[in-house]
Design a protein around this ligand. Structure first.
Ligand SMILES: Nc1ncnc2c1ncn2[C@@H]1O[C@H](COP(=O)(O)OP(=O)(O)OP(=O)(O)O)[C@@H](O)[C@H]1O
Ligand SMILES: [Mg+2]
Length: 215
């Protein structure tokens, strides 16, 4: 399994965000997570990446129990196994497009310019590698973020509302790029979304509630 979440619970003080959340995502599978605003979707995704802490239960990525790792070891596991697409892009403004996409490979000491160019072409940004982020549209920026999340061939891709800021046509193109690339790499994809159109393309749709997650 690429991802196994077992009986996960998260609280802030006395207030429970969610409890008893369990799910399994196989390699190559695409799972969409939906739910009301504030129910904890982003929090859950951050827990899955080991970017946030939880109060009960466990998270395994590619067989490794995140709970047994300290922050440095979690960061290393993320670098090797996880791609994360943030809603707000989080591209670095002073690096050009190709440098942004190359960043995960650089952190791994595995620079590969050909790989970066191929991926830019795959997401429809061939020839734009030398542009700065400020010279791109929102849809193009989101595709930079997708290319960056996939460049190191992660086993698990976590995406938080990657089409939330985009018009429907651009959103569909970004979803096309995201799906084509995750399928080509056999990566597992967990997508948090409010978009019916995006969720409809998933293998499974799970609804997050305070008391668990349901088909
Ligand atoms: N530091 C904190 N202290 C207390 N409560 C918090 C804190 N951070 C987040 N929360 C609460 O945790 C809940 C889950 O937030 P989260 O951002 O995960 O929701 P979400 O489902 O992603 O919502 P949206 O669909 O609007 O993005 C919210 O109700 C929020 O108010
Ligand atoms: Mg959110």
């Amino acid at each position: 399994m690429s991802l196994v979440v077992d009986a996960l619970g998260k609280r802030y003080g006395d207030s429970t965000v969610f409890s008893n959340v369990s799910l399994r995502v196989a390699p190559g599978e695409f799972v969409a997570i939906v739910g009301e605003s504030g129910v904890g979707k982003s929090t859950l995704l951050n827990c899955m990446a080991g970017l946030d802490s939880w109060d009960s239960g466990s998270v395994h990525i590619a067989g490794t129990n995140l709970g047994t790792l300290d922050n440095d070891a979690r960061a290393l596991l993320r670098r090797q196994q996880v791609g994360f697409v943030f809603q707000a892009f989080h591209v670095l403004p002073h690096l050009d497009v190709a440098q942004n996409v190359a960043l995960p490979l650089m952190l791994l000491g595995q620079q590969d310019d050909a790989r970066v160019q191929d991926l830019l072409t795959e997401v429809g940004l061939g020839g734009l590698g030398a542009r700065l982020p400020q010279q791109l549209s929102g849809g193009q920026l989101q595709r930079v973020a997708i290319a960056r999340a996939l460049v190191h061939r992660p086993a698990l891709l976590l995406a938080d509302e990657p089409t939330g800021n985009l018009d429907p046509t651009t959103a569909a193109k970004v979803m096309d790029a995201l799906l084509a690339q995750t399928r080509a790499q056999g990566a597992a994809l967990v997508l948090v979304t409010h978009s019916q159109a995006a969720a409809a393309r998933a293998d499974r749709i799970l609804q997050l509630r305070a008391d668990g997650i349901f088909e």
